[in-house]
Design a protein around this ligand. Structure first.
Ligand SMILES: CCCC/C=C/CC(=O)SCCNC(=O)CCNC(=O)[C@H](O)C(C)(C)COP(=O)(O)OP(=O)(O)OC[C@H]1O[C@@H](n2cnc3c(N)ncnc32)[C@H](O)[C@@H]1OP(=O)(O)O
Length: 201
């Protein structure tokens, strides 16, 4: 019942978000994805378990040491979500981490230092694509935050419909990227407080 209500709410949101943009940005973004796919690393940073009987997929981030969001990681994440999106049987998606103590450390800092402008552009497009894809997903999405989740890790969880976080005082979450000169959009802090629940693990 709750899942159905969440789906209904989500469908309304998708209706608004999926209106065609005059710039045709959705198809351009997909072309970026395809070209990134060709360069993608082979070791899987993402593991997906799809349960046919419940229609729910669990996507586990498994990129040690801290699931930082590198270009390869983001590309793999987007491809995994896109594949699930195309499977009509998949109605719900839980994103979590296979690593102990860390959900995601956020953007990979090494991607933002000493790289060419082209590479920086590619990286930043992948960041935008990740949150757009997650936020506009037609699946009901839940972040099961089982570790620290600063900055981009927090952003990733904010793109989900629901967040459940392990109630562990050692785990931190928040938008600390202002320390790096990156400004968060207005209102995101309010969202995270309103829609984040904690549980013990
Ligand atoms: C509008 C919002 C848009 C979103 C914008 C986002 C901006 C960002 O995301 S910038 C990135 C900000 N992230 C951080 O500041 C996180 C920094 N990391 C931590 O706080 C901690 O590492 C942790 C709490 C995530 C984990 O702590 P733990 O003690 O378990 O591990 P460490 O010893 O600190 O780290 C292990 C290893 O991982 C490397 N590392 C950590 N974070 C990152 C990262 N973001 N990118 C790349 N690498 C990272 C760290 O340097 C260690 O590496 P070595 O073992 O080689 O020293």
């Amino acid at each position: 019942m709750a899942l159905r209500a969440a789906l209904r709410q989500k469908c309304g949101l998708i209706g608004i978000l999926s209106q065609p943009s005059s710039s045709g940005s959705h198809s351009r973004v997909s072309a970026v994805l395809v070209s990134q796919m060709r360069n993608n690393a082979t070791s899987p940073k993402i593991k997906v378990d799809f349960n046919q009987s419940t229609g729910v997929a669990v996507l586990s981030m498994q990129s040690p040491p801290v699931n930082s969001l590198s270009l390869d990681f983001l590309t793999e994440l987007c491809i995994s979500v896109e594949k699930l999106e195309m499977d009509r049987a998949c109605r719900g998606l839980i994103i979590t981490s296979s690593l102990p103590k860390v959900f995601s450390a956020g953007l990979d800092i090494l991607e933002m230092y000493g790289k060419s402008p082209e590479r920086c552009g590619e990286f930043w497009r992948a960041v935008q694509e990740m949150w757009l894809k997650m936020y506009s997903s037609n699946m009901v999405t839940i972040a099961a935050i089982n570790g620290s989740s600063p900055a981009g890790g927090c952003l990733l969880s904010l793109t989900c419909d629901y967040r459940i976080m392990s109630d562990n005082p050692r785990y931190s979450i928040g938008l600390n990227e202002t320390l790096l000169g990156i400004v968060a959009p207005f209102g995101t802090d309010k969202n995270i407080i309103k829609n984040t629940h904690t549980c013990s693990n």
